[in-house]
Design a protein. Structure first.
Lengths: 188, 224
């Protein structure tokens, strides 16, 4: 079921990128706008600011539609990165340094697999199961790290869990997901 | 310089997770983005961590948006975007060649040849990188071939990434793209390889402390 939803999102994104299709945009908006707003509120903005920033983020979805690459990320992941970057721009008033895939200094990926988009969706499903099966204490740390813009020391302070334990729970959570997604594994 | 060699010393999970979540400070993010430029493997790890963010977004308890939100956005679809500055664009494309990764070039306003070095003595030069937050500091160090950075330790964490040349310390040998993390428990005296100067990007969340006799004297003059 989840795979179908992700597939449907990708189809809408494609229609948006290729045909500037407003009805496809409306579909994506209906699904993602309430999620993006919720994410922004969880990470510290009030309802009014979150609404405004959500609209900015969705406008960016429209403008950058052709840069969406289904072999690299799901639509949800891509929109998450847009919302995250908006949050950093506006609330921290700081830059978010990012790599540029057209940078002449870039060391390119090894040759692409032709069925990357399919592999990406299979991997997503596996990752989703891995997250669903995390012990609650680990899942909670992961949500705090992602939603609430919290440094590990702040998570420790707020939950009363020692810093070392916060770090080890996050490491365990990543470790569990790593078993599923080989991409998470560094070679050395 | 073998520019297409992949690094062997990678970003740790903690930095990459915080970068994916968007909670990493600006100076450390410059280092992360610079490493990502040179490391396809860590770009893959980042994609997976961002996928976790995407899934958490998918599963989040939703919030009602304003009734006219969609119309408000649809009305703005043809609004012109504020263009990137011309300087920005020229730094980005950099005429097909670049030594420094693009995130660093943007902060420096140019490539390695344009860096304004300040000599610190002992074959070491330094260039500060200005960030807009008040978090950890970022700077570049250039160490002449075979020269050593005086033995030191750290009151906090030190993150280093090699940009040109290489160096060795107790933990190993580090070349372009390699990342080394040192904390209070590490006392080291990195020595630059023979050949070209070793240029590194360093990020520190607290001052370093020189521990050797020469370093202690140097420390009085050299504010690293």
């Amino acid at each position: 079921m989840d795979g179908d939803i992700a597939g449907q999102h990708a189809i809408w994104m494609h229609r948006l990128a290729v045909k500037r299709d407003r009805s496809a945009f409306a579909e994506l908006f209906e699904h993602f706008a309430p999620r993006v707003k919720a994410y922004l509120m969880r990470s510290g903005s009030d309802a009014e600011a979150a609404e405004e920033l959500m609209q900015e983020a969705m406008l960016t979805v429209w403008r950058r539609a052709e840069s969406f690459d289904a072999s690299q990320a799901s639509v949800a992941t891509w929109i998450f990165t847009i919302a995250r970057n908006k949050r950093i721009d506006v609330y921290r008033r700081s830059n978010r340094p990012d790599f540029d895939k057209n940078d002449p200094a870039l060391v390119p990926d090894a040759e692409q697999q032709p069925d990357d988009a399919v592999a990406e969706r299979q991997e997503s499903g596996a990752l989703r199961n891995a997250i669903a099966e995390l012990p609650e204490e680990q899942a909670k740390m992961l949500r705090m790290a992602f939603y609430e813009d919290k440094a590990h020391s702040e998570i420790a302070e707020e939950t009363g869990v020692p810093l070392g334990t916060v770090k080890s729970r996050l490491r365990l959570a990543i470790g569990r997901m790593r078993k599923i997604v080989t991409d998470l594994e560094p070679s050395s | 310089m073998s520019t297409n060699m992949q690094p062997h010393h990678h970003l740790n999970d903690e930095m990459l997770l915080d970068y994916a979540a968007g909670s990493l400070d600006e100076a450390s993010s410059i280092l992360v983005a610079s490493h990502l430029t040179l490391c396809p493997e860590c770009r893959g790890r980042l994609r997976s961590l961002e996928a976790v963010g995407g899934m958490l977004l998918e599963d989040i308890e939703t919030t009602l948006v304003s009734e006219d939100a969609l119309d408000a956005v649809l009305a703005r679809l043809n609004e012109p975007e504020s263009p990137r500055s011309a300087i920005d664009e020229s730094i980005r494309s950099s005429k097909g060649t670049a030594v420094l990764p693009s995130p660093l070039r943007q902060y420096l306003g140019g490539d390695l040849a344009d860096v304004q070095w300040r000599k610190k003595g002992g074959g070491v030069s330094m260039a500060e990188i200005r960030t807009s937050d008040d978090g950890p500091r970022a700077f570049m160090l250039k160490v002449d071939p075979k020269r050593a950075v005086p033995q030191h330790t750290h009151e906090g964490n030190e993150f280093v990434m090699v940009l040109t040349g290489g160096y060795s310390d107790g933990a190993g040998h580090f070349v372009r793209g390699d990342v080394e993390v040192s904390d209070q428990t590490v006392v080291h005296q990195p020595v630059a390889d023979a050949g070209e100067p070793c240029v590194i990007l360093a990020v520190m969340d607290a001052p370093i402390r020189f521990t050797g006799p020469l370093g202690r004297i140097l420390g009085m003059f050299v504010k690293l």
